[in-house]
Design a protein. Sequence first.
Length: 242
Amino acid sequence: MNRRIDPNGTIVILTGAGISRESGLDTFRCEGGIWAQVDLEDVATPEGFQRNPKMVQDFYNARRAQLVEEKPQPNPGHLALAKLERDWPGRVLIVTQNIDNLHEEAGNKNIIHMHGELLKITCTQCDSVRPWDQDLHIDTSCPSCHNIGTLRPHVVWFGEMPLQMEEIYDALEDADLFMSIGTSGNVYPAAGFVQAVKQMGGCHSVELNLDPSNGATLFDETVYGPASEVVPAYVDALLKNG
Ligand code: BJW
């Protein structure tokens, strides 16, 4: 690490699919990843859901079942971030693009799921959001408003507004350190956060990833390797030296 961070300062950490890969969950854009298995236009757009809701429900049912039945475990990368939240004197906020629950399982409390959560559903009629660990069918009725066919996974598709954006930008504005972990930098607005922190006053930014992301040159510091190795090492140095 090439700059000391105020020990009472705010750390904002953006995570992506790469941090969960060593826990057995596929990334999207790595070789053989999710977008090599299914067409994103079919399963990750409101138009795809309108065209074929059953196909979309099946896609998310399978991924939800993987979380519920296989119970993937947080890896040392997740666990290091939980330790950072526990031991860092200042504020630590995880902003994750991931819809899995591995940051919660690791012990982090201060988490924003900007692309939603697989273990929740939402109703397009009454906007209720509730925990859900079973399959969702196109004729499941909404437990809140009892309409049929109005439930969908609580995830953010292309063309939809990511969640809690105001809170995220407020935290980025306050940040003394911005860390980006396991994300390819393809998807906005998350891919623009590194640029945003530069414009907001230039807090230190670091990318921890398997290989350089699209925005790699915008970071002040870059560390490459598997999240299970580079994240614990970076967190240890941060806790030791600030
Ligand atoms: C490891 C590792 C290991 C591997 N250790 N690392 C033209 C220009 C600019 C923007 C747009 C445009 N046209 C449309 C847009 C906007 C659009 C967008 O960005 N499109 C681009 C594709 C061009 N974005 C949107 O529509 C978003 N909404 C929006 O913009 O609203 C308007 C708005 C604007 C400004 C402010 C506020 C609002 C919504 C995006 C929704 C994304 N949804 C998905 C799917 C839903 C959830 C799900 O099914 O899971 O979210 S897409 C998918 O990509 C998923 C992910 O969260 C997201 C990011 O992927 P991620 O995490 O980066 O994964 P990968 O696979 O890409 O990368 C993995 C990385 O890990 C790699 O780098 C590996 O090297 C690394 N890795 N193993 C460490 N062991």
